[in-house]
Design a protein around this ligand. Structure first.
Ligand code: HEC
Ligand code: HEC
Length: 481
């Protein structure tokens, strides 16, 4: 494991050096940067931090290493801004079209229905960035004088830009880029909505941002289903709005269906939701194909998501979506040929920074004591020998360098999800930082509830003959990654 970490460290230094950035590794334990620090993967521990000399971009959860970049490394910090705050103009969809902001406001505040109180928002898995809260609100929260059951408080949090991954757009006349006073007139979403959590340092769901962590609490389907006008989605899919809501409400926490608007499949043949788990967006450097089913590279998928899923304003190309048998909805609507002229394209210019930022987000390391070290060392050896894991999860990447794809039969699962993607295969999942997304289960649909279930599956599939002790050692190793 030490060798593994060493290689990961040096390769990031080399990569950054090649990009022309100065880079230093600040080594120290347990320092948590609060305030307005740009630290991602905020650390669990508290303690006094040395002053920041540059902009901290990527952190490590175990409190061991931090990348510190000089102020000039603007592309990565631009990417962090994009990841956290850029809607790519998608308010045209989330607010103006499906009017989700009205459901958040509630009738009492000019919208519709009961509205979404902070308590309800936290229940839906939304997270609050404590660093965006002024001291008066923090004190109010501590004293219990802030009403968490009033949707007006949610609007106040949105004005402060404190709801992770959601931007409220208000009708005021104050500052650019978006007014924060006046009534709410629209809203947009960001990458951070699904791919960030907080460290719960203040309270459950309220804390410092952890960029790249999969939000397995977030009930995306229930949130979208609350939008008052889903006619545009219903028309695309050729069904009524009630059917769209049935599909969305079946997703459950931690899941989203990136293929629904391509093939219109809401459910699998076994009747379960067709949605997949939200994966982390850290630890992706060096990996060729991304998503559960290997749609493409990180910049490919970023453009795909920003344009086709978030409905941002930008160009996107993929003639594979012209396959009318596989992607009837996408083919009919020419989703593989979205052209926006340069003056209005709000996605394409952001792709370089967004790409580099994701490359800089290393997987966090598990806290000491969260696994049995001796057992993990034995599991490390088994992983590379008797258990045959490295035949696919090649170390230190933990996925294949090169073409990292497998047929459903090779991993012993059905082909439903694989067949919803161009290559009809599953991508070998990278395994670093597994401890951050144990909620919701494992594999693309969470079919294995625990890591031991995963290991048992391989033991049967590949006739490994692992003893119970060996299985548990492999599990401890997985927890240590
Ligand atoms: C509504 C939730 C949601 C939002 C918003 C979202 N994603 Fe994702 N993301 C997912 C899901 C679900 C997947 C898995 C999709 C699949 O495999 O079909 C995914 C997959 C990914 C992957 C592949 C990870 C891997 O293991 O290879 C990357 C990278 C990624 N998203 C980046 C982004 C970026 C960048 C943005 C913003 C432009 C973004 N996502 C916005 C839900 C979301
Ligand atoms: C034939 C190639 C192959 C072998 C061998 C293999 N894996 Fe996998 N592994 C995959 C693929 C492909 C996936 C993704 C499956 C999916 O998306 O449903 C995966 C997924 C996983 C996951 C789930 C990750 C997540 O984020 O949910 C774990 C854990 C895992 N493998 C551990 C192991 C262990 C431990 C071994 C050895 C006992 C092993 N794998 C052997 C290809 C392989």
């Amino acid at each position: 494991m030490n060798r593994d970490k060493h290689i990961r460290k040096s390769s990031l230094i080399v990569a950054a050096a090649a990009l022309g950035f100065g880079i230093t590794w600040a080594v120290g334990g347990g320092c948590s940067n609060g305030g307005t620090s740009a630290t991602s993967n905020a650390q669990k521990g508290t303690g006094d931090c040395p002053p920041n000399t540059g902009t901290q971009v990527a952190g490590r959860d175990g409190g061991t290493t931090t990348v510190t970049l000089p102020a000039g490394a603007s592309l990565i910090t631009d990417g962090q801004q994009t990841f956290r705050f850029d809607t790519f103009g998608d308010e045209v969809f989330w607010g103006d079209t499906i009017k989700l902001h009205q459901a958040i406001e509630g009738a009492a505040n000019g919208g519709v229905g009961p509205g979404v109180s902070p308590a309800a928002a936290l229940q839906l898995g939304l997270k609050v960035d404590v660093d965006a809260l002024p001291p008066a609100i923090v004190d109010g929260l501590k004293a219990g004088t802030v009403d968490l059951n009033d949707p007006a408080t949610t609007l106040a949090l949105l004005r402060l830009n404190a709801v992770v991954g959601v931007t409220g757009i208000f009708d005021g006349t104050d500052a650019s880029p978006s007014p924060t006073s006046g009534p709410m007139k629209s809203m947009g979403i960001q990458c951070a909505l699904c791919h960030s959590t907080v460290d719960d340092s203040f309270a459950a769901g309220i804390g410092h941002r952890r960029d790249g962590w999969a939000n397995r609490d977030l009930n995306v389907g229930a949130i979208i289903a609350a939008a008052p006008d889903l006619s545009v989605v219903a028309n695309l899919l050729g069904v009524d709005q009630a059917t769209v809501r049935t599909v969305l409400n079946a997703w459950g926490p931690g899941k989203f269906d990136a293929e629904l608007l391509l093939d219109g499949k809401g459910f699998r043949p076994d009747g379960k939701t067709a949605a997949t788990l939200i994966p982390p967006a850290f630890g992706l450097a060096g990996i060729n194909l991304h998503t559960w089913t290997g749609w493409g590279s990180v910049p490919y998928w970023n453009a795909f998501v920003a344009v086709l899923e978030m409905h941002g304003v930008g160009s996107f190309f993929d003639p594979r979506l012209d396959d009318a048998t596989k992607f009837p909805v996408a083919a009919k609507n020419h989703f593989g040929h979205v052209v926006v002229d340069e003056a209005h394209d709000r996605v394409t210019p952001k792709l370089p920074g967004l790409h580099l930022y994701q490359m800089a987000l290393t997987a966090p390391t598990p806290a000491a004591g969260s696994f049995d070290t001796a057992a993990a060392d034995r599991g490390d050896k088994l992983f590379a020998s008797k258990a045959k894991c490295v035949t696919c999860h090649v170390e230190p990447l933990t996925t294949e360098p090169g073409w990292n794809m497998h047929t459903p039969a090779e991993v012993g699962v059905d082909d439903f999800q694989a067949n919803r993607a161009p290559d009809n295969r599953y991508r070998t999942s990278p395994l670093h930082g597994l401890f951050t997304h144990t909620k919701g289960g494992f594999y693309h649909d969470g079919r294995f509830a625990t890591l031991l279930d995963v290991v048992n599956h391989y033991d049967t599939l590949m006739s490994l003959g692992l003893s119970e002790q060996e299985k548990s050692d492999v599990v401890e190793y997985l927890k240590s990654l």
